[in-house]
Design a protein around this ligand. Structure first.
Ligand code: PRX
Length: 658
């Protein structure tokens, strides 16, 4: 294989870096030889009510226990707000930019602190106590961050749900986590249109009062007592007396101070639902100290962040990237975080580049799918901006192809910026493998080296650990503070999903290659999780939604390569009746969109008479993937196929399509 080009660390970045190459070596060494000492030092960079004596007390064996700093006491909102007030109270904490250019809002640390306290007091007034779950279903508005921090202040566990989820997806999650209160808005705004939010919550609550969703299974009844409704558009929404309350009224008159709840390091901070290869989305639990430490540490190290700079992560707060790098990381570092409610190309392309100039953004963090889509815009939109404030360009969510990397580096960054390709997951809480701008040379397409204290291993199918240059399944062999502790309400599923494939190691679900320099190249998921535009979708979820349609007998969904989205969803569907009306494929795609949210609607639906199965009745997705990508010259082992004629029939149907 040809050697990959290397982009060396820029001397000016190295000279002033928070972590330069020498410090990186020192830290990596320290983290291995004296892990507890290393992490205690990092723990010293956050504020404690009672500092911990203990560091790591985790075990990947048996029942699996993840525990860090367990005797410490602290509060996350104090770390993100109060501790900055004396020195930086008047610094911009959160810049919010709406779709309309003149619709923006800047909150200093003092103002953000006051807003958070008011809402925290209001939540307490509504009976929310430590440990209660609060669901947040908001678009990218400042109140999303305020709501998260208000929950953290009073010890409530926030459960942010992406504003693109459908009513039944929300109903499932509300039932599973047992939320007591929901914070939402009347409507969202997207590319000039309005998106119903409160109406979707109403529908979800109705469903979770005895309806059914997903694979037709009943949804756990919800436990929601109140819905707080933020007025964004002023659109007319139904308000149920006593249950539904106006956000502005609830916070009006509340004191701008609120006593923070002292939290144990291992007390729950947040739940985030994410997709796996089987079953319904699972609620991953992150706890107080370890998550905060990881968000703070990785945000500073990977973006070489210096307080006072404007940091912009384009992720929605409904996903983990928004949690760690729109809210917690930047605010724990006394940073200025930019939140943008709009889309990259509305009202016209180049909006993101103009915002970088407008707010003098120093670090910009986005997904390869967005980069690939903007590469196709008229270059005049990019050329009309200077982007000279940029120092670091980040990428996350899926492998970045070298072509997109190079465009990002040359065209967006003007060859002055470090490009940091960051590999991590909802389960890891924050970045795990990434170059540090002042310390690690970059290779386009590689996430490079693990952060200090992160110990990746590559394992073959049999569980043998591979040394040196190798390709295998990516595992992490030691706990790190940001690791998810469990799946809410189902620790057995947590152990089963992550720790039984390769006992003694955390299995990520990704494949990776390690080159001669020890650099990691993530090759993508090795399970049935499909990554569409950086959205993680379980094939099982989409199949269950299709199965739920009354005309569908059976369905199988696979991921196929897509130029912009990375992967696209391809569904093979067997109908109950023989013939379908023309256009029925679109109806099925729409149905999935309604069940799960538009982001999960299949790009292609192919109606077929049968699916290839093993003699024991298991659908052979591996073969379907080959058929969907027309890569059928070599089908691999087909000896277990129950009926080879099914495969030939599907190949013929694909040929007929082209
Ligand atoms: O397959 C990997 C891919 O995204 C998955 C995690 O998705 P999620 O939990 O939704 O978190 C996304 C944001 C961290 C991983 O298992 N992934 C994430 N970052 C990269 C990546 N694949 C390749 N390169 C990356 N930099």
């Amino acid at each position: 294989m040809e050697a990959a080009p290397i982009y060396h660390v820029k001397p000016d970045l190295a000279a002033s870096a928070v972590i330069n190459a020498a410090r990186h070596r020192l830290m990596s060494n320290h983290a291995i030889t004296d892990a507890d000492g290393f992490w205690q030092e990092e723990a010293g960079r956050i504020d404690w009510i009672r500092p911990p004596q203990l560091a790591d007390n985790s075990s990947f064996d048996g029942d699996v226990r993840i525990s860090w700093f367990s005797d410490g006491i602290l509060n996350v909102s104090v770390n993100c707000l109060d501790r900055h007030l004396d020195l930086h109270g008047d610094r911009d904490a959160l810049i919010w930019q709406g779709e309309a250019e003149d619709d923006s809002r800047i909150l200093t640390y003092r103002q953000l602190h006051a807003e958070v306290c008011r809402l925290a007091n209001a939540l307490r007034g509504l009976g929310i106590r430590k440990g209660d779950r609060v669901a947040i279903y908001l678009p990218m508005v400042a109140e999303g961050a305020i709501a998260m921090l208000a929950c953290a202040r009073i010890g409530a566990v926030h459960v942010v749900m992406f504003a693109g989820f459908s009513a039944s997806g929300i109903a499932d999650r509300l039932g599973d986590c047992g939320a007591k209160l929901v914070i939402t808005a009347d409507e969202g705004r997207r590319a000039g249109k309005r998106v119903p939010l409160k109406a979707t919550i109403d529908e979800a609550l109705a469903l979770a009062s005895g309806g059914s969703a997903g694979a037709g299974k009943p949804i756990a009844p919800h436990t929601v007592e109140h819905v707080l409704v933020l007025r964004l558009t002023g659109g007319n929404v139904a308000m149920q007396r006593k249950r539904d309350l106006d956000y502005a009224e609830a916070v009006r008159g509340q004191p701008a101070r609120c006593e923070p709840e002292p939290m144990g390091a291992e007390d729950p901070l947040l739940l985030l639902y994410t997709s796996g290869s089987t079953g319904k989305p699972k609620g991953l639990l992150h706890t107080t100290a370890g998550y905060l430490l990881w968000a703070r540490f990785t945000h500073e190290a990977v973006f070489d962040y210096r307080p006072g700079e404007v940091f912009w992560c384009t992720a929605d707060i409904g996903w983990v990237t928004g949690h760690s790098y729109v809210v917690y990381g930047p605010l724990a570092n006394a940073g200025t975080t930019l939140m943008f409610e709009g889309t990259p190309s509305w009202p016209e392309p180049g909006r993101w580049w103009r915002l970088i100039d407008k707010y003098k953004v120093a670090s910009f963090y986005t997904a390869p799918t967005a980069i690939r889509s903007m590469m196709r815009d008229d270059p005049g939109f990019l050329a009309a901006t200077s982007r000279k404030s940029l120092r670091v360009l980040g990428s996350v969510g899926e492998p970045i192809n070298p072509e997109a990397w190079l465009w990002y580096y040359h065209e967006v960054g003007g060859e002055r910026c470090a490009v940091v390709d960051t590999w991590w997951q909802t389960e890891t809480g924050g970045i795990m493998i990434a170059p540090l701008p002042g310390a690690i040379a970059q290779k386009p397409g590689s996430a490079t080296l693990p952060l200090p204290g992160v110990v990746p291993v590559l394992v073959d199918e049999k569980g043998q650990v591979l040394e040196g240059e190798a390709e295998g399944h990516l595992c992490i062999s030691r706990s790190w503070p940001g690791q998810a502790r469990t799946i809410w309400g189902d620790h057995a599923r947590y152990v089963q999903t992550y720790f039984t494939t390769y006992p003694g190691s955390y299995f990520t679900g990704d494949g990776a290659r390690r080159d001669g320099d020890g650099y990691y190249w993530i090759t993508g998921r090795v399970d049935d999780v499909i990554n569409v535009s950086g959205h993680r979708i379980g094939s099982a979820e989409v199949e269950a939604a299709l199965d739920h349609h009354d005309q569908v007998a059976e369905a199988a969904v696979v991921g196929v390569p897509h130029d912009i989205k990375g992967q696209a969803l391809f569904a093979f569907v067997v109908l109950k009746g023989k013939e379908a009306a023309p256009g029925y494929e679109a109806e099925l795609a729409r149905h999935v969109g309604q069940m799960l949210g538009r982001y999960a609607a299949p790009d292609t639906v192919l109606l077929v008479p049968d699916l290839p199965k093993t003699r024991s009745g298991k659908i052979m997705r591996r073969i379907l993937r080959k058929i969907a990508t027309r890569d059928t010259a070599e089908l691999g082992d087909t000896t277990t196929l129950a009926d080879p004629a099914v495969v030939q029939d599907l190949i013929r149907r694909m040929e007929e399509r082209s």
